[in-house]
Design a binder for this molecule. Structure first.
Ligand code: BGC
Length: 307
């Protein structure tokens, strides 16, 4: 997704996602998944390996010994076919058995639509011809003040998330759930992102890169991101059980229009299944079997604080 142009409270249009001007920059290894559909499995799989039905599978290890965002040549690096629909674009991709180490040939459809005014809807469906894993996400970097406006510390974030999944230093979950109560992850009644960043800095973290478990189930509103300066507000609705909150902590690239994107200049709200779910039976399953149809929906709803 290259650009998302939405009005501020005075009707001024701004592009609220980070990205590049040139295809070559998207293809470069410096691209931190700007606006990508990530798959087959987003975030980390410990040891870049898993067992399914008694069989061992070795995956592409592209972050130390672990597998990140589908491997070296994940869905973000694939060539999709595109077809125009009535209110959007349908992207199709056939991921062959063995790709990045995953079993099963997967047929994937990503529909990016504008079904109503101010609504950006992503629907992903998939089927497989053999048991496999599938857990995609959308990796957009949002900055509601504008892609080139600098830090998102002034944004306010509200999240319907009461629990998170603690990790080791490599950001691999230990399999437990913990309450957000009393932590920098407690966005339940809303918090300025900068306040949380300051708190994390005191604890030695360079920003947010955390998986939170979303309350409720089914398609529901789970997040509201608000920029007090422009008055732009984005609600996130999803069928997913979790979200990775990531504040682009190590970011250092030149983007659209020559803008410099440093740390914390965008915030990702990656609706997802929890990282490394295949190794943690208590986490929602990421297994997809023949005869099943995978389906997930995430909606970004744009309004202003004048609406
Ligand atoms: C991960 C980060 C990673 C970023 C870009 C996020 O989803 O959680 O650890 O650096 O994506 O790859």
């Amino acid at each position: 997704m290259l650009a998302v142009r939405v009005p501020d409270r005075d009707g001024q249009i701004g592009d609220v996602v980070l990205g590049f001007d040139r295809l070559a920059d998207y293809e470069s290894s410096d691209n931190p998944y700007f606006g990508a559909t990530v798959g087959r499995v987003c975030n980390r799989i410990a040891g870049a390996a898993f067992e399914l039905d008694g069989k061992h599978y070795a995956l592409s290890a592209n972050e130390g010994a672990n597998h990140l965002h589908g491997g070296e040549q994940g869905f973000d690096a694939a060539w999709w076919s595109a077809e125009r629909g009535a209110d959007g674009v349908h992207f199709r991709y056939t991921s062959r058995a063995g790709e990045q180490g995953y079993p099963g040939t997967l047929e994937v459809l990503v529909s990016v639509r504008l079904p109503e005014d101010g609504v950006l809807q992503l629907d992903i469906t998939a089927t497989t011809d053999a048991p496999t894993l599938f857990a995609p996400t959308h990796h957009g970097y949002w900055n509601l003040a504008g892609h080139d406006a600098g830090s998102v510390a002034g944004h306010h974030l509200q999240l319907a998330a009461s629990r998170y999944t603690p990790t080791d230093a490599a950001l691999v979950p230990d399999g437990s759930f913990a309450t957000v109560e009393g932590t920098a992850l407690d966005f339940r009644s809303g918090m300025r992102v900068g306040q949380g960043l300051e708190r994390l800095a005191e604890e030695g973290y360079d920003g947010y890169d955390h998986n939170l478990m979303l309350d409720g189930s089914g398609l529901r509103k789970v997040a509201t991101l608000r920029d007090p300066g422009s008055g732009r507000v984005m609600h996130v609705e999803t069928t997913e059980p979790a979200v990775q909150v990531y504040t682009a902590n190590g970011l250092d690239v030149r983007g659209k229009g020559g803008a410099t994107y440093g740390p914390h200049t965008g915030i990702c709200l990656e609706t997802q299944h929890p990282p490394d779910a295949i190794h943690h039976p208590r986490f929602p399953s990421v297994v997809l079997r023949p005869g099943e149809r995978f389906s997930t929906t995430t909606r970004f709803v744009f309004v202003t604080d004048r609406d």
